[in-house]
Ligand binder design. Structure first.
Ligand code: 5GP
Ligand code: MG
Ligand code: MG
Length: 183
């Protein structure tokens, strides 16, 4: 791969940097309204949610705290199994606190379904989910998502934190890959 021409590997741009920033600002307003007067902790799921966390957090005008978790989903190949291992846990005790999990995409929903129950078992005041993207056709577990940027078709997307073989996370836009990348 020629790293200097990474943008040209995108066959189709779904969302531009400007569209993403505008949508995240709307989501931040929604969250601010819903948690007005409450303490708030947002939890980013490494590594995909790094960009969403950074830009969402900076769209807030109120105080909040940020923490991170890293999880790995056991499964064959690219398929999520729903069996999740915590690679990096929260540094924060969330008991009695309002928590919003921030992720970049919900595909099968298996990871976030497991994570939501895991965090709920720690006695928080509330746990909600915010995701930039969701693929409704791929959902295998009902996941109650309070904040969604966009629902997208069941296609593999990259950019803005989303990787293919650990690359493309640094793209500013979100899009689908050109076929020549796979071959
Ligand atoms: P699931 O919801 O299936 O448990 O897992 C979601 C995870 O699968 C995401 O955090 C992401 O790492 C990966 N994933 C799912 N769909 C896509 C996609 O279209 N593109 C990329 N790059 N990763 C995806
Ligand atoms: Mg993720
Ligand atoms: Mg990935």
């Amino acid at each position: 791969m020629d790293a200097s021409h990474v943008e040209s590997d995108l066959v189709n741009v779904l969302y531009t940097e400007e569209q993403i920033q505008a949508r995240l600002a709307e989501l931040a307003r929604d969250i601010e309204r819903d948690y007005e007067g409450e303490d708030l902790l947002i939890v980013g799921i490494l590594r995909g949610a790094v960009m969403v966390m950074a830009d969402l957090a900076r769209s807030f005008t109120r105080h909040l705290e940020m923490d991170w978790m890293a999880v790995s989903s056991y499964g064959s190949g690219t398929k999520s199994s729903g069996v999740v291992r915590i690679l990096k846990d929260l540094d924060t005790d969330i008991s009695g606190r309002h928590v919003v999990i921030v992720d970049e995409i919900i595909d099968t929903g298996l990871t976030l379904s497991w994570l939501t129950s895991n965090l709920a078992s720690r006695g928080p005041a509330s746990v909600a989910i915010c995701t930039l993207l969701r693929k409704p056709e791929a959902l295998q577990m009902p996941v109650d998502v309070k904040y969604v940027g966009w629902d997208i078709p069941n296609e593999f997307v990259v950019g803005y934190g989303l990787d293919f073989d650990e690359k493309y996370r640094n793209l500013r836009d979100i899009g689908t890959l050109a076929p020549h990348v796979y071959s």
